[in-house]
Design a protein around this ligand. Structure first.
Ligand code: FAD
Length: 416
């Protein structure tokens, strides 16, 4: 698919109206970041169209952990009640060894006390549905691939071409994911995502007799298995393993079971109980080289398109949600009496988001390298360090989380 950067190639495009008003936006991609951006902009009066190339949204299930920072961002979009009903607040949990011994156990309830809102886990399709339900149906155009984006500038609107034709807008939100064709077109010098050295499986499984299982991550040599309870007697499980990029298995389910067959209960049983069609696998990539800016012309980049990170801190989606809320805030702040200044707003958006997300992506990659350690000595040292951290109590864990989790959405701009 070609998304071309033809900045300046068509000088006669629609020009910008001068009055103060909420604008028009085209969002490319209806993942977590695109839908959240659409919701945040609409709440501020913007007219928004979302173009999604897939014919359906997130049909298959995995869970997603939302840390207090993302929960507060969703609260600010009127979703507090949904979160409180839909999500499980994790009680206690920790890190185990493959033989089942706990390396560290923590009271996760302390998270909510420290940061104002809890750490929650929701099935992804339910999060997508909850966001979509805040948008008019007519605003979401499925099966509509964006083929070209003209980013516009201070005087000319941005333009987007799909097979249905061309449309202009004050703002284009590039929420087109880790392989973002819009990023490739507007930042051609950027090398794109790199392989993190491991793959990840995800599944939602009926808990069966394992309803009392505590949330845990089990760290082995070059492999991790995570279990998180979901509402309705289900468990969200995930597993990672160091593998060469692009490894394929004739039988994915058998390969996963073989890898974790001798790990502690209930891991092998949960894998056996997982229907083959419920098993997702992705090689893990991230943007190790940060984008120089999160905007170009009238195009703002959000979520994985801007800063795809490894899943080790569970922050990729959380940061996408933060992006959306901050983007809408900066546009509102620049929509003063003198007219909507998209260029100023997008500059402010890059300033507000880039340093934070680059730092979190790097921390996540470091956590990934530590969790995926394979050498016996390295693994033993890691386990010793984790045990020690456990003895330092939940205060230590909370301090580790603080920079990420204490974030809160910006206050609405003051109006005279
Ligand atoms: C194994 C794993 C576990 C994770 N766990 C967590 C977690 O617990 N917590 C957390 O916060 N994050 C987690 N993440 C990260 C999180 O999933 C991502 O950061 C998030 O889903 C990114 O959302 P997005 O909307 O930016 O991108 P995507 O979900 O990739 O959405 C991009 C959308 O754009 C569409 N698109 C692309 N090109 C076009 C085009 N030209 N025209 C129209 N549409 C287009 C695509 O079809 C797609 O729907 C995890 C990631 C992985 C891989």
């Amino acid at each position: 698919m070609a998304v071309g950067d033809t900045r300046g190639a068509r000088p006669s495009g629609p020009t910008v109206a001068g009055s103060s008003r909420a604008g028009t936006a085209i969002v490319v991609g209806a993942g977590i970041s695109g839908l959240t951006a659409a919701v945040a902009l609409r709440r501020r009066g913007w007219r928004v169209d979302v173009y999604e190339r897939a014919p359906v949204l997130e049909p298959v299930g995995a869970g997603i952990a939302l840390a207090p920072n993302a929960v507060k961002a969703l609260d600010s979009l009127g979703m507090r009640e949904w979160i409180d009903q839909a999500a499980v607040i994790q009680g206690s949990g920790g890190v185990r060894r493959p033989d089942g011994r706990w390396l560290v156990r923590t009271d996760l309830g302390a998270v909510a006390k420290a940061f104002g809102r809890p750490l929650v886990v929701v099935p992804r399709p339910e999060l997508i549905d909850a966001l979509r339900s805040q948008l008019p149906q007519a605003a979401i155009h499925l099966d509509t691939s964006v083929e070209e984006v003209l980013p516009g500038d201070e005087t000319r609107l941005a333009r987007v071409r799909t097979k249905q034709g061309e449309k202009s807008a004050d703002l284009v939100v590039a929420a087109d994911g880790i392989r973002s064709p819009i990023r490739e077109a507007l930042f051609p010098e950027h090398p794109g995502p790199v392989y993190a050295g491991f793959t990840a499986w995800r599944m939602i499984v009926e808990a069966g007799s394992h309803t009392k299982v505590e949330p845990s991550e089990t760290w082995g040599r070059g492999a991790v298995f995570g279990i998180v309870p979901l509402p309705g007697g289900r468990l969200y499980c995930y597993a990672t393993a160091n593998l060469p990029e692009g490894t394929k298995f004739a039988d994915e389910h058998a390969a996963l079971l073989e890898r974790f067959a001798d790990w502690h209960s209930p891991i092998p049983d949960l894998i056996r109980r997982t229907p083959r069609e419920a098993l997702l696998r992705n090689d893990i990539y991230w943007l190790d080289k940060p984008l120089s800016a999160y905007h170009s012309g009238r195009v703002a980049f959000v979520g994985d398109a801007a800063h795809a990170m490894t899943p080790n801190l569970g922050q990729g989606g959380c940061q996408a949600i933060e992006d959306a809320v901050v983007l809408a805030h900066e546009l509102e702040a620049e929509d003063g009496g003198g007219g909507l200044d998209v260029a100023m707003a997008l500059n402010a958006y890059t300033v507000a988001r880039r340093a934070r997300t680059v730092s979190i992506a790097r921390q996540s990659a470091r956590a990934g390298r530590m969790q995926q350690l394979h050498a016996p000595l390295g693994t033993a040292l890691r386990n010793g360090a984790i045990s020690l951290a456990g003895h330092l109590g939940s205060g230590f864990m909370l301090r580790q989380m603080a920079a990420v989790a204490k974030w809160a959405p910006p206050e609405p701009p003051e109006r005279p």
